[in-house]
Structures are given as structure tokens and as C-alpha cells.
Ligand binder design. Structure first.
Ligand code: ADP
Ligand code: ADP
Length: 223
């Protein structure tokens, strides 16, 4: 369970990106919906320990994220927005390298987890190809594979389906839904349909504040 209380952030340029955000998020897929500039990425980066907040608190399964960011990082998978500049290295080698960075040093363990993740994201048959030549959908699935290294309990996916064709989008959605059976998965997006289709729970963020929270079907009239 992820619990956020009174989270506020004002950037150095005076923008109030988050203004007293309260949210409780359990296992399954949770949609964070909001227009551009709503504060979604600020919130995702703060949960992911990539930036600080001015006030408020975040806990995940009893971990105080601000007091013990390292403990949270060990439980977290993060697919940032615009993840996609890749070197001309094969998918296998890049994921293997990322596994080393993630602290998976045992060779056998790494092989098992890299091969398993490539299979799980439907990329195993492309494992020897350079990620720089992947299609948008393949890159997004590769992004999920890297986010899943170390088997995190909390997965954060920021604006993932921009530019995907319908088939790739469906494939990506199915992958997220299957992950939501085991993990807390937060999908941050401005696309109402994606949240309505995938997420049993959601919140609407605008101007750094939570405007609505609940089941997307129950909220349909208001979206
Ligand atoms: P923090 O206090 O969390 O370190 P900062 O306010 O210092 O956050 O900003 C982090 C970085 O983002 C800075 O290097 C800043 O230049 C950059 N930045 C500034 N304005 C924007 C913007 N509108 N969108 C994205 N990044 C920005
Ligand atoms: P979203 O992800 O919903 O588009 P963001 O969190 O990126 O929203 O941005 C919220 C507001 O904060 C915007 O006005 C944006 O320009 C501003 N902003 C985001 N990051 C920074 C930063 N690092 N420094 C200064 N302003 C920022």
C-alpha cells in the first residue's frame, strides 16, 4: 500500500506543481489522470525518490520514502516519460547491463531474470537486435522489462502509450494488467480511455491538486 499525505512542491521558478496531495493506492492498476502541466510527473518523480518535496509524507508498506529512499528504490520499478534514447546495443546486452547496475551480480541469476523478462515482454525473439532499431511498442515493452528488474512491488509508468499503434497499445495494456495482479501499478496519463479501460481505481490531478478519486466507471459523468 502506497500512502501519500499533504504532499506539496514549489519549484525554484515559483510554480506550485503539487499542492497538498493525499492519495492511498493499493495493489492493482491505479490511473493518475490529468492534463499536461497537472503535476503528474512531479508526483511520479517524488514517489520515485528522484526529487524532493517541500512538505508532506509518502509511505510504501511501512517504508518512509523520504527517510529511507534506498529501501523504496529496492522495491520500485520506474518507466519515465520519454524513456527511449538507446545505444546500438542488443536488447539482451542492455538489459543485462542494467541488471548489473541494479545490483544483480550473480551471472546465473542475471541470465534467468533477463531471459524471463524478455520473454514476459514478448521481446525474446528480438533479444539480439539493437534496441535503437526497435519500434515504439517494442521500446515501451523494453522499458517495462528494465523497470521490472529486481521484481519490484511498486511499478510507476509515466505517459506510456503515446505514439503506439492500436495493436502495440493493446499488447502493452495486457502486459500492464497482468502486472497489476501482483503489484501496485501506477499509470500516469492524460488519456481518459486508457484509465477507464485498465484501472479499477483512479484520481484526477489538475493544478497540483486531486480533484476526483474513485472508480472510473462511477466517475464517468465527471470525466
Ligand atoms: P528540486 O528542488 O527537486 O531539485 P528544481 O526546482 O531544482 O527541483 O528543478 C530540477 C531541475 O529541472 C532543474 O535543473 C531545472 O532547471 C529543471 N527545470 C526547470 N524548469 C523546468 C520545467 N518547466 N520542466 C521541467 N524541468 C524544468
Ligand atoms: P505533468 O506531468 O502533469 O505534465 P509536471 O509535473 O511535468 O506535470 O509539471 C507541473 C508544473 O510544474 C508545470 O507547470 C511544469 O512546467 C512545472 N515543472 C515541472 N518540472 C519542473 C522543474 N523541474 N522546475 C520548474 N518547473 C517545473
Amino acid at each position: 500500500m502506497l500512502s501519500i499525505t499533504g504532499l506539496s512542491k514549489t519549484y525554484d521558478n515559483g510554480v506550485h506543481a503539487l499542492q497538498g496531495v493525499d492519495l492511498s493506492i493499493g495493489k492493482g492498476m491505479f490511473g493518475l489522470l490529468g492534463p499536461n502541466g497537472a503535476g503528474k510527473s512531479s508526483l511520479m518523480r517524488t514517489i520515485s525518490t528522484l526529487q524532493s518535496a517541500d512538505s508532506g509524507s509518502i509511505t510504501f508498506d511501512g517504508i518512509d520514502v523520504f527517510k529511507d529512499p534506498q529501501a523504496l528504490r529496492q522495491r520500485l520499478g520506474y518507466l519515465p516519460q520519454d524513456f527511449g534514447v538507446y545505444p546500438r546495443v542488443s536488447a539482451y546486452d542492455l538489459l543485462d547491463h542494467m541488471a548489473v547496475l541494479k545490483g544483480i551480480h550473480n551471472k546465473g541469476e542475471r541470465k534467468e531474470s533477463v531471459e524471463g523478462l524478455l520473454a514476459h515482454t514478448n521481446l525474446y525473439q528480438h533479444r539480439s537486435k539493437a534496441v535503437s532499431g526497435f519500434s515504439g511498442g517494442m521500446r515501451q515493452r523494453f522499458g517495462i522489462a528494465q523497470a521490472l528488474l529486481g521484481d519490484p512491488d511498486l511499478l510507476i509508468v509515466d505517459e506510456p502509450t503515446a505514439g503506439l499503434d492500436p495493436e502495440e497499445r493493446n499488447r502493452f495494456h495486457n502486459l500492464l494488467v497482468s502486472l497489476g495482479e501482483q503489484k501496485v501499478v501506477i499509470l500516469s496519463t492524460h488519456i481518459v480511455e486508457d484509465v477507464a479501460e485498465l484501472c479499477p481505481n483512479m484520481a484526477v490531478l489538475a493544478g497540483g491538486k486531486i480533484l476526483l478519486e474513485g472508480n472510473p466507471i462511477a466517475l464517468t459523468d465527471k470525466l
